[in-house]
Ligand binder design. Sequence first.
Ligand SMILES: NC(=O)c1ccc[n+]([C@@H]2O[C@H](COP(=O)([O-])OP(=O)(O)OC[C@H]3O[C@@H](n4cnc5c(N)ncnc54)[C@H](O)[C@@H]3O)[C@@H](O)[C@H]2O)c1
Length: 443
Amino acid sequence: MNVAVVGTGYVGLVAGAGFAETGNNVVCADIDADKIAMLGRGEIPIYEPGLEPLVQRNLKEGRLRFTTDVGAAVRESEVIFIAVGTPPDEDGSADLQHVLAVARTIGDNMNGEKVVITKSTVPVGTAARVRATIEARTQHRVHVCSNPEFLKEGAAVDDFMKPDRVVIGVDSEYAQEVLEELYEPFVRTGKPILFMDIASAEITKYAANAMLATRISFMNMISRLCAKVGADVDLVRRGIGTDERIGPAFLFAGIGYGGSCFPKDVKALIRTLHETGIDAGILESVERVNDAQKRLLLEAVVERFGEDLSGRTFAVWGLSFKPETDDMREAPSLVVVEGLLARGARVQVHDPQALHVARRHFGERVSYHEHNFDAVDGADALLILTEWKPYRRPDFQRMRTLLRQPVIFDGRNLFEPARMRDLGFEYVSVGRVRAVPEPVPAS
Ligand SMILES: NC(=O)c1ccc[n+]([C@@H]2O[C@H](COP(=O)([O-])OP(=O)(O)OC[C@H]3O[C@@H](n4cnc5c(N)ncnc54)[C@H](O)[C@@H]3O)[C@@H](O)[C@H]2O)c1
């Protein structure tokens, strides 16, 4: 099948490479000329495990091409995926300008019957707007469908190649047959392709992300109660996660969700609910809890060291919003690092993949370290913001000698408080007892 994927970000690039891997002729189009030039050379502009060999293999075998000419990509394809960004608008709604710009380009370049799929996360009713935009510009038949993407950054290739399910909103038999053929190689183990009406497919994506964000904020709320009364949120998590009706996933307390999806999708769903006159109270609370949770470690630092942090140095491990990605969009680290800097502190950061992204945010205001222990050197305390694997079992003896004071603020609950106390650390985590060694170190 000749497939065009418009937008080569986390979703479009993975989808394009995935469709090429199953034998299709795929052209990926993007208006970002630098990105397309890099991709044409087989260089990947983002960090995503397993993506580079997938792209390079399909590029070499001629099934995958990259272009800035979106119109040409449309003309040579029977199936066109729209995978451009849908950032939040000022009022929280999804900004559809990129999606509709692509729809206009498609309309202007229609040269036969085509299937157009919105893969970007878009509010209910968007596929209808895309259809109207295209139909206003052409006499050729167009089938518009919704195929929201559920991949997770950090595991995007695996998620795309072996999805839990594929959700497709269609209203034509032809489009259903085309998409069934395209997706059949990805669901050979029996995972379902769920065909449904278009509006239901569009809502499914927001409902999924809003549900996951709700679980996170719910546990973060419970973690505050645990901290107040001396309980342990990790035990509570296990206590409820073993209930089959609840399940264990997405119950970890932490310092809030970030990334390019949950924050904006929760906002956009709140906006849609408001527009339809439905109470969005649950999701408004989810957002409020999350905003507060991103400031949790900052508050703990201020409680320990005071409001004025000038003369203090803090090490920060982990800047990406989660491990295995370089994506820092809406990451808790942005709030924490800015909060430390605003109070006069010096900040020394480490991240296995996101340092180049961090430079765009913090410029020369922090020092960047390629090795995690270099960031700790001479710091008054260490803050752990992302649960990257190399942080899970660090050399604590070395850490003690490098830190000016053995104080750790752990936003991801990587260590056991009792063990940290025995190792001589003052250890603050989320929703668990604060560990303080005897005698209490002088500040
Ligand atoms: N990132 C994720 O984990 C994820 C997961 C599921 C769904 N989504 C959704 O998928 C969509 C894309 O997300 P992303 O993270 O890949 O975005 P991204 O910002 O990484 O990439 C978007 C790309 O679209 C390009 N673009 C913008 N306007 C264009 C135009 N008119 N023509 C051609 N290209 C254009 C940009 O240059 C950019 O390369 C969003 O709606 C997002 O909500 C993202």
